[in-house]
Design a protein around this ligand. Structure first.
Ligand code: NAI
Ligand code: MG
Length: 395
């Protein structure tokens, strides 16, 4: 197989700490690639007023596959305050570069698998009917629409008259008609049929390929009749092509409640952007939390793979680093699957499972101690020790 080129974007904070660990595991498992490091994140915002430089966009367009660590985002005003002095008055507006990447390349399908690792002390435990503790095996995969909905960025504080007038044509706007526009904030939730169909098709195809018996579409069509309604309608249409797979329909609020009642019943879950974000964090919490939560952003021919966690600034300065590299490593495993390198992916997955099951090496989060300079003295492994354990466990 020809050597591939992978764009590597460590980004900010702990992104810079976990990225090299994932690359070490990939190389130790025999995945050969040229790594091309690309700039993204806060430093580039401060220096150039642009957290997503064009040269990075060009590299991704060229090589089609990228690993991403994490970025730091701050509120609008704070972002401008931190700009380098020569850029302060140029009208730069901060935007999240990862949201920017998703939109720029139409990476409209986000996949977030949440599998239980046996022996993880962070696994969800509940009490059964007989009063005995039960540890359900969770294996949910969330398909989150990644480019539109509430994250589409179409929003206003103090909306311009043309927007206000357009809204006033809706009978329900009567309730707000007398509110001064400067006291109005509006965020829109735009869904398109095409994107709804694509996320549903992605979910069903994945369910069929990986042997899941059900796909749940999780929205709120009783209230959000138009947008959630469109998603449900498309899910039902796509379902017709997959008669062997059950289609379940849940509401986001009820789903969050059922999450702890019967999480083992769910397979693939499809949702719009906001609800997909919520539900994927919910499920991630049952299987180890941010130290374990991996994700993929997939478009037509481009894939960007990233842990769900952010830049966790308070852990950046610790030497040696203590954060859990597994979320980044499992994101790299998702990249291997997408590239068709399934054997190497499987080996790494098995190695991670092995390390977690043995329980000899546990980062602070798994060790259930407070993250900080004292974690290691309390028995927590370092980031590097965890990676070394995974590498040692590669069969
Ligand atoms: P965060 O995910 O960075 O950290 C929250 C907490 O989760 C940490 O304090 C830590 O206790 C735990 N944690 C995160 N990653 C961990 C790991 N690998 N191992 C062990 N524990 C881990 O979220 P937070 O603190 O809300 O945001 C920090 C910055 O990250 C903000 O600037 C935020 O905008 C940004 N962010 C970026 C994301 C991205 O790059 N996709 C996603 C979420 C937040
Ligand atoms: Mg999130």
């Amino acid at each position: 197989m020809a050597k591939r080129t992978v764009v590597v974007m460590p980004g900010d904070g702990i992104g810079k700490l976990v990225m090299p660990e994932a690359l070490r595991v990939l190389e130790a498992a025999g995945f050969e690639a040229d790594w091309v490091e690309a700039d993204i994140g806060w430093d580039h915002w401060i220096r150039d007023g642009n957290p997503l430089p064009q040269r990075t966009i060009d590299l991704i367009a060229k090589h089609k596959v990228a690993l991403f660590g994490a970025i730091t985002s701050k509120p609008k005003d704070k972002a401008v305050e931190e700009l380098s002095p020569e850029h302060k008055d140029k009208g730069f507006v901060y935007f999240s570069p990862i949201v920017g990447l998703r939109q720029r390349f139409n990476l409209d399908i986000s996949i977030r698998p949440c599998p239980t690792f046996t022996g993880n002390p962070l696994n969800f435990i509940r009490r059964g009917a007989d009063g005995q503790p039960e540890e359900p095996r969770v294996d949910a995969v969330i398909f989150r629409q990644n480019t539109e909905g509430l994250y589409g960025g179409i929003e206003w504080t103090n909306p311009p008259p043309v927007v206000h007038d357009a809204l006033a044509t809706h009978p329900k706007f009567k309730a707000f008609a007398d509110v001064p526009t400067e006291d109005l904030a509006i965020s829109t939730r735009v869904f398109t049929r095409n994107a709804c169909r694509r996320i549903c098709e992605g979910g069903f195809a994945y369910a069929e390929k990986h042997g899941y018996s059900n796909v749940t579409v999780c929205e709120k069509p009783n209230v959000l009749r138009e947008t959630s309604g469109l998603m449900i309608a498309e899910a039902r249409k796509v379902h017709e092509k997959y008669p062997k797979i059950d289609l379940w329909e849940t509401n986001i609020d009820a789903q969050m409640m059922w999450l702890t009642k019967n999480p083992e019943d769910y397979g693939v879950i499809v949702a719009g952007n906001m609800f997909g974000d919520i539900i994927s964090d919910g499920f991630a919490g049952l299987v180890g939390g941010l130290g374990f939560a991996a994700s993929a952003n997939i478009g037509d021919d481009i894939g960007v793979f990233e842990p769900t966690h952010g830049s966790a600034p308070k852990y950046v300065e610790l030497d040696p680093p203590i954060v859990n590299p597994i979320a980044m490593i499992m994101s790299a495993v998702m990249m291997l699957d997408w590239l068709g390198e399934t054997d190497i992916a499987e080996r790494i997955r098995a190695a991670v499972a092995d390390v977690v099951a043995k329980g000899e090496v546990r980062t602070y989060d798994m060790h259930k101690v407070r993250g900080g300079a004292n974690s290691i003295a309390q028995g927590a492994a370092t980031t590097i020790q965890m990676t070394n354990a995974v590498i040692a466990a590669l069969g």
